[in-house]
Design a protein around this ligand. Structure first.
Ligand SMILES: Nc1ncnc2c1ncn2[C@@H]1O[C@H](COP(=O)(O)OP(=O)(O)OP(=O)(O)O)[C@@H](O)[C@H]1O
Length: 442
């Protein structure tokens, strides 16, 4: 067994990147080899599921090369870890010594606390790839998605991952607003040299909410040069935004094209299962006991913003602990306010946005015209009104020139269907949703 494991290690060492090997493979050990099945012991449950998901195939292949016949692999968690792994928060490997630049990262925004669902799978895979091999494939990595959907979390997880591997990695995580303010301050103090050195010597630059760079000519100019300097020296850049580069108004063309050079990946709204998993994980990490029906109830009430979803859970837990009442759906219902952005998205805003985006007039939308572009815009508008307002089906019909409620139902169904089939429609809906939420916020 030892010879087999040593052989596997030397095969994998040559195939995987050093950080991957050091982080995931090296801490594991061979526990048993019986009937061509190799049982591998991992230091904690997180490592077990990670190895299972990402490296089981590579290990089995390496094993086959060593002994000349196929083997199966399975993973167990070291008993010592099972005993000491409660509460769950202690399972996370801590960095050896907190590096100076870890201060700007939220310690909770790690990969292990990020729940992967259909809505963010691509973004998660891309972030992991960047974390494992920065400056290689996806540079820059451009994460886009609506408010509170995990862009900052995923971005900072890359930072934590790099720091876990090497505490000396130079990381800058900065919001666009702060970058712009620091720039103004540097100009005022005649300290441009220091400003430039600070941003151009990092190994990983993460810039959040880049949409706020719109119209800031001087910040765009400076960021352009920072970007080029880092890119040319093979350093990784990660950018987060509520919309894709081409939809950021008044963004210089040369920046927009640089942002699109690597990989643009979006995060969509999570489905009910993912929302429940997020709440469960949060409750686990915070050592809160929350029954399944309460989790389901909260996850059903908050659909568009994970920050609000988590906020509702925290409020519910605080409420029962202060009031001394049991944690049930009935007790917590009164304190669950409807999500903030929902009330602020009005039917006029939706109508205006659809007219603007699809270039049709409000009169056309209310007319009986069956022209393809007009009826598509009308159907889209009905769908968004249903999703973002409390209007009933007949009221939606009325808002669009007195259409019947069955016409509204048909429209909603049609958009739902095309959303499933057509990624273009998915992207359009995501973009419209982002714009509605962003406008409602400001
Ligand atoms: N997939 C996920 N798993 C676990 N927690 C998540 C997930 N997605 C988001 N969260 C949590 O939701 C909250 C909001 O996420 P985050 O701040 O990353 O959103 P954002 O997209 O950057 O929002 P904004 O547009 O406002 O900047 C955070 O507490 C984050 O940990």
């Amino acid at each position: 067994m030892e010879a087999l494991w040593d052989g596997i290690l030397s095969h994998l060492k040559g195939r995987l990147s050093r950080p991957t090997f050091e982080t995931w493979i090296k801490p594991a050990t061979a526990q048993q080899f019986d009937q061509d099945c190799l049982i591998i012991r991992t230091p904690n449950p997180f490592a077990r599921s990670w190895l299972q998901q990402h490296y089981a195939g590579a290990i089995a292949q390496a094993g086959e090369q060593v002994i000349g016949r196929p083997i199966q692999v399975d993973f167990i968690v070291s008993e010592q870890s099972e005993e000491t792994s409660k509460p769950v928060i202690e399972r996370e490997p801590a960095p050896v010594a907190p590096p100076a630049n870890v201060a700007s990262l939220n310690s909770k925004y790690t990969f292990s606390r990020f729940v992967v669902g259909a809505n963010n799978r691509m973004a998660h895979v891309a972030a992991l790839a960047v974390a494992e091999m920065p400056g290689c494939n996806y540079n820059p990595l451009f994460l886009c998605g609506g408010v509170g959907l995990g862009k900052t979390h995923l971005m900072q997880a890359i930072g934590h991952y790099r720091l876990d591997i090497d505490t000396r990695t130079k990381i800058a995580y900065v919001s666009t607003e702060r970058f712009a303010n620091e720039l103004i301050e540097a100009i005022r103090r005649d300290a441009m040299q220091t400003f430039r050195e600070h941003y151009r010597r990092v190994d990983l630059l993460m810039i959040d909410d880049i949409q706020f760079i719109e119209g800031k000519e001087y910040t765009q100019e400076e960021f352009f040069h920072t970007f080029n300097a880092l890119y040319e020296s093979g350093k990784q850049i990660v950018i987060a935004s509520d919309r894709p580069p081409q939809l950021i108004p008044r963004l210089q063309e040369r920046l927009s094209s640089r942002f699109s050079m690597g990989l643009i990946t979006d995060i969509q709204q999570p489905d009910i299962e993912t929302r429940m998993a997020i709440l469960q994980k949060k409750a686990e990490y915070e050592n809160m006991f929350v029954p399944q029906d309460v989790i389901h109830h909260i996850a059903s009430a908050y659909t568009t913003n994970i920050r609000e979803l988590e906020g509702a859970l925290i409020r519910a837990v605080a409420y029962v602990s202060i009031s001394g009442l049991p944690m049930t759906v009935e007790t917590i219902s009164p304190i669950l306010s409807p999500p903030r952005t929902r009330g602020e998205i009005t039917d006029e805003a939706i109508l205006e946005l659809v007219c603007d985006e699809l270039k049709v007039s409000a009169e056309d939308m209310r007319s009986d015209s069956r022209r393809r572009d007009i009826s598509q815009a009308r159907q889209l508008c009905m769908y968004l009104l249903r999703k973002y307002t409390d209007l009933s089906l007949p009221k939606i019909g009325q808002a669009l020139g007195g259409k019947d409620h069955t016409t509204v139902l048909y429209a909603i169904d049609k958009i739902e269907q095309s959303k499933l089939r057509d990624p273009e429609v998915q992207r359009l809906l995501q973009r419209l949703g982002n714009r509605l939420e962003a406008d409602a916020r400001h």
